[in-house]
Design a protein around this ligand. Sequence first.
Ligand SMILES: Nc1nc2c(ncn2[C@@H]2O[C@H](COP(=O)(O)OP(=O)(O)O)[C@@H](O)[C@H]2O)c(=O)[nH]1
Ligand SMILES: [Mg+2]
Length: 248
Amino acid sequence: MLGMKLSCVTPLKTGRQRTMALRHRTNNAAPQQNNDNINIVLLGKKGVGKSSSGNTILGEERFKCGRSLSAVTQESTVQRSVIGGRSVSVIDTPGFFCTNLSQEKLSREFARSVFLSSPGVHAFLFVVPFGRFTKQEEEILEKVKKVFGKDVLKHVILLFTYGDECIRERMDEEIDGNDVVRRVVQSCQGYHVLNNKDLTDRQQVSDLLMKIDSIERNQGYYTNEVYEWAQKWPLEQYGKYLKTILMK
Ligand SMILES: Nc1nc2c(ncn2[C@@H]2O[C@H](COP(=O)(O)OP(=O)(O)O)[C@@H](O)[C@H]2O)c(=O)[nH]1
Ligand SMILES: [Mg+2]
């Protein structure tokens, strides 16, 4: 599948073909972007602090955030900045669950996030407010795996927001004490804590970028046929296709 020329990829695939096609590229093929750009995608429920985390990473208020209705992210958008000499693209997405978006729109926005992060993603930040990991979080991760394949976990970092409300030195202990969270942290590329109330704390961002760098060194950026199709198919058609996967 991997060697398949793009011209051979058609939208009409059987379930098995699709499953095969969705498999992640092997590490041997770990693709490297030829520039210094880092692509980061923020995932998670509505209100967990995705947009705020994007702003913290970029060092300024670029994404609308907060509790007001107008601040609710409806569309996937990208914002870029140069951080420490490197170009960083942050893709913010509307929340899974607890959102007014229909499944149709959510799928389209998920598709848009793939478009915006083409040709691939260095890190998916799976955002959860500290102390509020729920069953829904596990379900979201399952959906992400459905779309991208389980190897996507090699690029997922669990990002705890509300760093201002936790004692960072005790995080390891806290995580060890919670079976579900420990399992998730172990299954992906560890965790990071952000305090989004302090945009001046650039150390927390440098530390996060170092973790992402280490993923990049080991895995390159994440891509698979989902990304190749994203570049080939019209957004609407692609969104409908993702919907069929997300609804399963
Ligand atoms: N105290 C505190 N509040 C936060 C933090 N991160 C986000 N918030 C608040 O959580 C609310 C939702 O944040 P937002 O970024 O809009 O969430 P999104 O829907 O996931 O994009 C806002 O009122 C933020 O100010 C944090 O690290 N600490
Ligand atoms: Mg938002």
